[in-house]
Design a protein around this ligand. Structure first.
Ligand code: BES
Ligand code: MN
Ligand code: MN
Length: 458
């Protein structure tokens, strides 16, 4: 059974790759309203493929935002484990477009890398699951496990509508384990199972000062400049060592045990690798924590965008009427995203004089997640990686966020397995996003092995 499925996957690589290319051509950017029809089209494309491979009860479920795609195959029987597979078909915006070597929605292979927006995050990775299922169903007419697949179109904007869907469809989504391929490996030779994700609190604030832009000659030196105030607020968010200064920010942060620090730092990630990935020489941030700890286990506060005043060609001597910033905070156990949003808002508000106006928006929030290391589901994942890549995976906490993972664990009471095939260097969210072609094929093989071992462990 296992070998037939693997053979089928191998024999159909070219066809699977062509299908992935069709999927990648749809510009399903969730953050931009003008792409709403494309997001819808991507959802329908995924559903059509799921129906074609033999999944049942396939639905494109409308939400207040972008649709959720659902499908299942429950023919393995009640004794067999049920796997809930999650991924996202929405992608990040493409700008700055001029830095792409080939157009973001015209996939191209160069040196064994598939270049396209979303190929690593997360279209290529979610598609691996559909193709693993197709290989098993085509080769054997059945799967050794029951599967439920749920794909959303709002992950990159904070999974706004998915949580409510999960809460109202507990029965439908009930599973023994959730399986997510939306993370990375350490290197192409060293698989990784991520067992911790950070949470998120994404805030935006806009400050309005004078009733219109003012001539900076006529009023400069008499008016509190909103752009300056934004800069002062941002500058006040950290001390010189990189510690966040929002009062109460660290109050709920669970201290790292020595054992955990040892485990976190055992995954290979060198200063040299960080340097080559970033193009920088010197890391910045809390000096008493290692790079691994700062990324995986410490909360942060980052300026994602800042605006105000004249940005066009040449100079324009004004005091801008308005300025603002977008700030995201990565959260760790046991920080509460809503509480952090409140503390942040207080921090900003108390710095704005009462004749100026401030508007503070909570753009996205999500809980951190820690997944258990000692479940049968995790052991099967470890065996599946070893069978495909020749070495067992290492385990590490990651810095990114996938808000729904915590919800799955809490509401469905099922451990999550984060089986990623990307690389840190895939340029997710950046120009020239890529995904190794061989990781697409090896990913399919790994998932086939996973279903096999998971069923065997029962
Ligand atoms: N796939 C990433 C999350 C990720 C990246 C996990 C790297 C582990 C390592 C996901 O698509 C993502 O970008 N999530 C957003 C969530 C946010 C918008 C709430 C993130 O982490 O910024
Ligand atoms: Mn992703
Ligand atoms: Mn992403």
């Amino acid at each position: 059974m296992l070998n037939q499925a693997l053979d089928h996957a191998r024999a159909n690589r070219g066809r699977y790759l062509n299908q992935l290319f069709d999927f990648l051509r749809i510009p399903s950017i969730s953050t931009q309203a003008e792409h709403k029809p494309d997001v819808q089209r991507a959802a329908e494309w995924v559903a059509a493929d799921m129906r074609r491979v033999g999944l049942t009860n396939v639905q494109v479920v409308p939400t207040a935002g972008n649709p959720i795609v659902y499908g299942e195959w429950l023919g393995a029987g009640e004794e067999a484990p049920t796997v809930l597979i999650y991924g996202h078909y929405d992608v990040q915006p493409v700008d700055p477009l001029e830095l792409w070597q080939s157009p973001p929605f015209e996939p191209q292979i160069r040196d064994g890398l598939i270049y396209a927006r979303g190929v690593s995050d997360d279209k290529g990775q979610m598609f691996i699951h559909i193709k693993a299922i197709e290989s098993m169903l085509s080769a054997n007419g059945r799967l050794p496990v029951n599967v439920k697949l749920i794909f959303e179109g709002e992950e990159e904007i904070g999974s706004i509508n998915l949580e409510a869907f999960v809460l109202s469809h507990r029965e439908m989504l009930a599973a023994d384990v959730s399986l997510v391929s939306d993370t990375g490996m350490i290197t192409p030779d060293q698989p990784l199972i991520v067992y911790g994700l950070r949470g998120m609190c994404y805030m935006e604030f806009r400050i309005k000062g004078p009733k219109r832009d003012l001539h900076s000659g006529g009023y400069g030196g008499t008016v509190y400049n909103p752009a300056q105030l934004v800069a002062e607020i941002i500058a006040a968010l950290h001390d010189e060592k990189g510690t966040v200064t929002i009062p109460g920010f660290y109050d709920r942060v669970r201290p790292l045990t020595d054992e955990e620090r040892r485990a976190i730092n055992s995954a290979p990630y060198s200063l040299e690798q960080w340097q080559s990935e970033t193009g920088l020489r010197k890391p910045w941030g809390e000096p008493e924590y290692t790079l691994h700890e700062r990324i995986g286990a410490r909360p942060t506060c980052e300026v994602n965008g800042i605006w105000g005043g004249w940005q066009g060609e040449g100079g324009k001597t004004i005091i801008p009427a308005e300025a603002g910033a977008k700030i995201s905070m990565r959260l760790v156990p046991d920080q509460d995203p809503q509480e952090i949003a409140r503390l942040f808002a207080e921090f900003v508000r108390e710095r704005v004089p009462d004749d100026m106006q401030v508007q503070i928006n909570d753009l996205a929030g999500g809980w951190w997640a820690i997944t258990p290391l000692d479940s049968p589901a995790m052991r099967a994942a470890s065996r599946a990686y070893e069978a495909t890549w020749g070495v067992p995976p290492v385990f590490a906490r990651e810095g990114g966020s996938i808000p729904i993972v915590a919800t799955f664990q809490k509401e469905l009471n099922a451990p999550a397995v984060l089986m990623g095939f990307g690389l840190r260097d895939d340029a997710a969210h950046a120009p020239n996003e890529r995904f190794r072609e061989d990781h697409f094929y090896k990913g399919i093989d790994t998932v086939i092995h996973y279903f096999h071992y998971l069923a065997e462990q029962r």
